[in-house]
Ligand binder design. Structure first.
Ligand SMILES: [Zn+2]
Length: 482
């Protein structure tokens, strides 16, 4: 497992990452409240933490990546009432659109999307523990967390409780002991979806689902919690207070990773401010890879100022420039396979390729610096410029070596789609090359029965082999068996 550092918002330090139970890594990221279509700002969280999980996997860790879905809350209930739709159905619809957008963006690493309403027993159980331990109190069918009882409250956001008071207005609810106390269980109003509880019918508050889910899935402590910077307070502060008080174990999370927000002219992008651009529109107009590139071409902790379509247009142009040389290599390899004959690379060029891959890992291992990684890839593209006029003369292995930094970009950053450009996939090409080499050795020692057996076995797997002198070519036969 490769060593790497990550900036932890709670300790305000960049520290060496050490998993609680290597090689496993519990990774939880605050997901969406699907009451409306996702905008460009939401997509950033999905792509950033997908790259984090991809890097962990590459380095030998086994991330278990969970992103929750808040499928019941005030906004969903309000939207449902406006449109005469069950809020749970409304949430399902938007969640489906979200998963489709994530698939287009190449977000492949989320293992599980738990929905809040699938964890009602865990939520009720955690609230009960908090009441029993004296951190929460029931009032008029609701239950509140008593912030004054948890002395570490405010450490993550670095503020004092008095400063965190949300003011005197709408937030004052009957039975609350202090304005900063937050709701764990909300008594049902007529017509709202509700679940039974020891305090009467109601539904979970916003913060409690996260910790009920993570204690259930990861236990009282886990490795990484991610989310947008805007969730630090009060949401993540509340999570720490809930879980650490309920389980008696601390810290809840070893590393808090907060991603910068996407803003427009300095203002947070949000539906309510009327300045948002829909994620689906961005993907539809500029292509998913341009959108993905746009997110990753900034450090994840930096704010990203979105200048409308211009930002994505620039990202598209830059991405296409970056991907150009790799597309050229992929085309040739897709046509001829890795075994194509030709010139090999001079040793210094081959060394430069592997040193570039090492630098890419190093950039990612330094607080997931995707911006630096993309700069390195641009550097490699520039170095490649000398080779591009001669690519047709190069051997399969020379082309593969030149493509190595891009394959890293594919694996970790999720850029440079190869699945469409290489029929059967690149991995298949490499595996077939091993089989063909074994067959060539069998023929060389006169063992034609073994050579024929390998050819027939590849044939049964749906690959046709053609011999040309002492070289063999392969292609997938039409009507491939499953
Ligand atoms: Zn959350």
């Amino acid at each position: 497992m490769r060593r790497f550092t990550v900036y932890d918002t709670l300790s305000r330090e960049t520290r060496l990452f050490v998993p609680l139970v290597p090689p496993k890594v519990g990774l939880f990221v605050c997901g969406l409240t699907p009451y409306d279509d996702a905008h460009i700002g939401h997509g950033r969280i999905g792509v950033v933490f997908d790259s984090v999980a991809r890097a962990l996997t590459r380095w030998g860790y086994r991330p278990f990546y969970v992103q929750n879905v808040t499928n019941i809350d005030d906004r969903l209930i309000a939207r449902g009432a406006e449109s005469g739709t069950n809020p749970l159905v409304l949430a399902d619809r938007h969640f489906l659109a979200w998963t489709l957008a994530m698939r287009e963006l190449g977000v492949t690493s989320v293992n599980y999307y738990p929905h809040a309403t699938d964890f009602i027993p865990e939520i009720v159980h955690q609230i009960q523990s908090l009441v029993e331990r004296g951190f929460a109190y029931p009032a008029s069918g609701s239950v509140y967390y008593e912030v004054a009882k948890f002395d570490r409250y405010g450490r993550l956001s670095g503020q004092k409780v008095e400063e965190l008071r949300p003011g005197s207005r709408a937030d004052v609810e009957p039975g609350k002991r202090a304005p900063e106390d937050f709701v764990l269980w909300k008594a049902a109003r007529p017509g709202e979806p509700s679940w039974d509880s020891p305090w009467g019918p109601g539904r979970p508050g916003w913060h409690i689902e996260d910790t009920a889910i993570t204690v259930r899935l990861f236990g009282p402590r886990y490795d990484i919690h991610g989310g947008g910077l805007d969730l630090k307070f009060p949401h993540h502060e509340a999570e720490i207070a809930q879980a650490e008080a309920a389980t008696g174990e601390a810290p809840l999370v070893n590393f808090w990773m907060h991603a910068g927000l996407v803003s427009i002219a300095g203002e947070k992008m949000s539906k309510s401010l009327g300045n948002s651009v829909l994620l689906q529109d961005g993907i539809g107009t500029f292509g998913p890879m341009a959108v993905r590139f746009y997110y990753l071409n900034a450090h994840y902790r930096s704010p990203l100022d979105f200048v409308g379509g211009k930002s994505l247009e620039e990202a598209k142009v830059a991405y296409e420039r970056l991907a150009g040389p790799f597309d050229r290599i992929s085309e040739i390899l897709a046509r001829d396979g890795l075994e194509r004959s030709g010139r090999d690379l001079p040793p210094d060029a081959a060394r430069a390729a592997s040193s570039c891959v090492e630098k890419l890992d190093e950039a990612m291992a330094t607080d997931f610096n995707t911006r630096e990684a993309i700069a390195l890839l641009f550097g490699w593209s520039k170095a490649m410029a000398d080779w591009i006029p001669h690519v047709e003369s190069l051997s399969g292995s020379a082309l593969a070596a030149l493509g190595a930094p891009y394959r890293w970009g594919h694996e970790v950053l999720g850029l440079f789609r190869t699945d469409d450009s290489l029929p059967g996939g690149e991995l298949l090409g490499r595996v077939v090359a091993v089989a063909l080499e074994a067959r060539a050795r069998a023929r060389a020692r006169g063992d034609f029965a073994e050579a024929d057996r390998i050819r027939d076995a590849l044939g049964l797997a749906g690959l046709a082999i053609e011999d040309e002198g002492d070289r063999s070519r392969w292609h997938a036969r039409a009507g491939n068996p499953e």
